[in-house]
Design a protein. Structure first.
Length: 255
């Protein structure tokens, strides 16, 4: 099954594939690490990375302990870009106590508030670190367009962009301004939090960018959606800033 077949539905199809049906093998269970992603999301990331051509980069925004890293590296190894590294961004710092209280499942990963987990990430992913270029630190909110090159100095074409760190409106603004202009035609954006009610800016921004990105897949029983880059022009400036007022106006535009 080719990626263009997946985008032929009038709105969006649901990814429920066994990767073996798509012509690739499952991720080796021995390679898996603790993750909040579902097996279906991991399989889909694996399949997407396997489709990468020789031209574009794979960029991972938010890796946590490496669940998505495992899938992306495994898929990339069997792709036309098997010698390329994925570029991985994360703060590698656990959130504060208030977040742990609202998300108690974090404790099950052996984390403590406000502590670094980079060493644990590198230990869990030791067998694939040669295929990963790490960018440690927070993505700044509302990064000015003129400063976008500081976050992505390569300024190279991107074929697959995985986003799992846009937990704030301004951060997603920076992500779009920095990375979206480098997405090649038919590149895929994987929005892991798209269906999460706590991140409504993802819906707003992807709607505002609808001429440049068309819906591709909803990953069944998850909050993950993917979008395909069209060949139409992209203007990152159309996305709305975090609303100081009149958020209802933005929703009315969508409705």
């Amino acid at each position: 099954m080719r990626s263009e077949q997946l985008s032929s539905e009038p709105w969006v199809s649901t990814w429920t594939q066994d990767p073996s049906v798509a012509g690739i093998t499952r991720i080796d269970p021995a390679e898996l690490v603790p993750t909040m992603l579902t097996p279906r999301e991991l399989d889909y990331l694996h399949w997407l990375a396997h489709q990468i051509g020789p031209r574009g980069r794979v960029v991972e925004l938010g890796c946590f302990l490496g669940g998505s890293s495992v899938a992306l590296v495994a898929g990339l190894r069997t792709s036309a870009a098997s010698q390329r590294k994925i570029i991985t961004y994360d703060s590698f710092c656990a959130p504060d106590q208030a977040v742990f209280e609202s998300a108690p499942e974090l404790k099950s990963f052996g984390l403590s508030p406000n502590t670094s987990f980079r060493n644990r990430y590198e230990k869990l992913n030791a067998s694939r670190m040669q295929a990963i270029a790490i960018r440690e630190g927070l993505v700044p909110p509302d990064l000015a367009p003129a400063e976008a090159h500081t976050l992505y100095p390569e300024q190279e074409p991107i074929s697959l962009l995985f986003i799992d760190l846009a937990k704030a409106w301004g951060v997603h603004n920076s992500v779009i301004r920095t990375f979206a202009p480098h997405l090649v035609t038919d590149a895929v954006i994987f929005q892991q939090d798209f269906g999460d009610f706590r991140t409504p800016w993802l819906i707003i921004h992807m709607w505002q960018l609808r001429s440049a990105f068309e819906p591709l897949n909803r990953v069944g029983d998850t909050s993950s959606f993917t979008f395909r880059r069209t060949n139409r022009s992209l203007d990152p400036g159309v996305i709305s800033p975090a609303p100081q007022a009149a958020p209802q106006r933005i929703w009315r535009e969508i409705a």
